[in-house]
Design a protein around this ligand. Structure first.
Ligand code: NDP
Ligand code: MG
Length: 400
């Protein structure tokens, strides 16, 4: 058995901890490969990182690298006290964002799981792609900010971008090796906690209301994105780049049960769908083992119960984020970086009680309108604009 070394960047998050579970499971059941958590990064959650590292050590191999991405958030001293006992080599404990990049391109790493939330995941994901790695991509923001550049780099380096996002995994599985291209990609959306809420109810929504997702357990940022449907907007843009389709080929339908994870329509009108319970361990595992399918810790759909599968068109009026997502996917260039940055700021302002839920999407629209569009920006320009858009979104928020 050869060993697959996996670097999980954002290991302490919702996707990261599920990934660690999948790696431990694969290590038990895969007849072909041993699986190893080679690197794990955390940002603020020392407890969870300690738990992950301890578990890997008990399973026979502590990670070679444990990375804390910001030494001003967790001090090297605090970390050294916690990790000293796990047999981590002296240089195995590392600090700072550049260490994420370093791990992403380390020659010993076979697969990078990009599970950091937001623009903070960009540099390490880009580094992994440039180094020609297999990248299991959860961090959709990277493609929203720099989809054109990242796709180009992947084509040049031979790096693979494999979707972890359940919708994109579903589409990938439906397309499989079809020699005929898909005519339409149909992303499903649960509709989130405000699927049937009125505009007035959404206006008064608290962070607690917005974080209560009906079908998925996820990190805070993506949970708010699901409530505004900005998550689907980001996924439209993600699909545009991952599958190299135009915005006109992408559609969204509401499917409250989150069992049909997305669909693909072919030229003859035939539609294929991928179904499974709402559990991220399946798409994570598939991105790791593709093209092989192995037993998964996620339970299969229960056939002793009746399945209620409903699909309805999305309401663009109550969820203006969708229109914004289609627009950004259509124009490309600098639009994604600006909207993503504005959204990250707006989500933070909403969570801290500074703006209303219904201000989030208008702030993104306003920031987009106020920027000077460029069709072919370089990475440095995108990062500059990310910085600008954060300030601009804060400025617009103050004027609300
Ligand atoms: P979480 O908030 O649960 O986890 C985020 C991870 O990123 C944590 O490990 C966190 O560290 C780390 N992190 C936060 N800020 C920084 C920073 N500035 N620098 C470096 N690391 C940082 O998010 P999720 O796991 O829910 O989501 C991760 C990504 O996956 C997102 O892009 C999301 O859109 C995507 N995704 C998630 C899905 C889900 O089901 N959760 C589904 C599909 C996509 P710490 O906790 O230690 O602070
Ligand atoms: Mg998704």
């Amino acid at each position: 058995r050869s060993t697959v070394n996996v670097a999980v960047l954002g290991a302490t998050g919702s996707i990261g901890t599920s990934t660690a579970e999948v790696i431990a499971h694969l290590n038990q059941i895969d007849p072909e490969n041993g699986w190893r958590l080679w690197a794990a990064s955390g940002h603020s959650n020392l407890e969870v990182l300690e738990e992950l590292v301890g578990r890997a050590a008990r399973d026979g191999a502590a990670p070679q690298r444990v990375i804390l991405s910001d030494p001003s958030v967790i001090s090297p001293q605090a970390a050294a006290e916690r990790f000293g006992t796990f047999g981590i080599q002296v240089d195995g404990l590392r600090f700072g964002a550049e260490q994420l990049v370093d791990a992403a391109r380390d020659p010993q790493v076979d697969v990078v799981v990009a599970a950091i939330v937001g623009r903070a995941g960009l540099e390490s994901t880009v580094a992994a792609v440039q180094a020609g790695k297999r990248v299991a991509l959860a961090n959709k923001e990277t493609l929203v900010v720099a989809g054109g550049l990242v796709s180009e780099q992947a084509a040049n380096s031979g790096g693979q971008l494999l979707p972890v996002d359940s919708e994109h995994s579903a589409i990938w599985q439906c397309i499989a090796d079809s020699p005929s291209p898909a005519r339409r990609l149909i992303l499903t959306a649960s509709g989130g906690p405000f699927r049937s809420a009125s505009a007035a109810e959404m206006r008064d929504a608290t962070p607690e209301d917005a974080l209560a997702h009906p079908t998925w357990q996820m990190g805070r940022k993506i949970s708010i994105d699901s409530a505004t449907m900005m998550n689907k907007a980001l996924e439209i843009i993600e699909a545009r780049w991952l599958f190299d389709v135009s915005a006109d080929q992408i559609e969204v339908m509401i499917h409250p049960q989150s069992i049909i994870h997305s669909m693909v329509e072919f030229q003859d009108g035939s539609v294929l769908a991928q179904l499974s319970p709402p559990d991220m361990r399946l798409p994570i595992q598939y991105a790791l083992t593709h093209p092989r399918r192995l037993a998964c810790p996620a339970p299969p759909l229960d056939r002793r119960q009746s399945w209620d599968l409903s699909l309805e068109p999305a309401d663009l009026e109550r969820f203006p984020a969708l229109t914004l997502g289609f627009e950004v996917a259509r124009v490309g260039g600098t639009a994604g970086a600006v909207v993503n940055a504005a959204n990250e700021v707006a989500v933070g302002l909403f969570l801290s009680g500074e703006i209303r839920f219904t201000d989030i999407v208008p702030l993104c629209q306003k920031t987009l309108e106020n920027h000077t569009f460029e069709q072919r920006p370089c990475l440095a320009r995108l990062l500059e604009l990310d910085h600008w858009a954060r300030q601009e979104a804060r400025r617009c928020a103050e004027r609300l």
